[in-house]
Design a binder for this molecule. Structure first.
Ligand code: PRP
Ligand code: URA
Length: 214
């Protein structure tokens, strides 16, 4: 898997990820295909986000002989979806790790101030014992991502990572200032934000495209 890491930011630039993000960006891509592509891209990106998970030895019997094999150690993963659009990535991650716990943080960005407004939060009780992956396709101003991660940390999570599909440089800067110790994984670093706070070239409004609400 191809990756470029600098200062806590990893751009996962595998050809399959880039190809799928191109299809996701395309305005002609219909809702059903957009959904499937988000799910598939999350699975591909998970490979990098989770590459350092700890393993432990377990004794098993294959049909041929006993062996000591390895599986994931201890209390494992928690995926936190930033509603609404985070659910598009969440689907793929849960398919990959069905035993993971799932939390939700509901946030929307006020269209005038561009500041995030929280309307919901439900996180697993044992979140502090888990590796937490917060997911949202878009890191634009960075306000929503920074608030969602602050919420997760305030519940005791210590090992937190953030996964987005597309980020703007402005959002990365804001997020890194707020949470310098939280690794960020993205599929593409775009040019800038426009006057409405949308990522350029981006993919438009991720929630609307995922749920077909506009
Ligand atoms: C989108 C996106 C992020 C946020 C990013 O959600 O899914 O959560 O905007 O913007 P920011 O980095 O400037 O905070 P939106 O506010 O449109 O809410 P929705 O998913 O409910 O449509
Ligand atoms: N939210 C989105 O869904 N898209 C953007 O480009 C910016 C914020």
């Amino acid at each position: 898997m191809a990756r470029r890491t600098k200062g806590g930011l990893t751009v996962i630039d595998h050809p399959l990820v880039e190809h799928k993000i191109t299809l996701i960006r395309d305005r002609r891509t219909p809702t059903a295909v957009f959904r499937r592509l988000l799910r598939e891209t999350a699975m591909l990106m998970a490979y990098e986000v989770l590459r350092d998970l700890e393993l432990e030895d377990v004794a098993i019997d294959t049909p041929v002989c006993p062996m000591i094999a390895r599986k994931l150690a201890g209390k494992k993963l928690c995926f936190v979806s930033v509603l609404r659009a985070g659910d598009g990535l969440l689907q793929g991650l849960v398919e990959l790790v069905p035993s993971a716990r799932v939390g939700h943080v509901g946030l929307y960005r006020d269209p005038k101030t561009l500041l995030p407004v929280t309307y919901y939060c439900k996180l697993p009780d044992d979140i502090r014992a888990r590796t937490v992956i917060v997911v949202d396709p878009m890191l634009a101003t960075g306000g929503s991502a920074a608030d969602a991660v602050a919420k997760v940390k305030s519940e005791g999570a210590r090992d937190v990572r953030f996964l987005a599909l597309i980020a703007a440089p402005e959002g990365i800067e804001t997020f890194r200032k707020a949470h310098p110790e939280v690794p960020v994984f993205i599929g593409a670093l775009d040019q800038k934000l426009n006057e409405k706070g949308y990522i350029v070239p981006g993919l438009g409004d991720a929630g609307d495209r995922l749920f077909g609400t506009k």
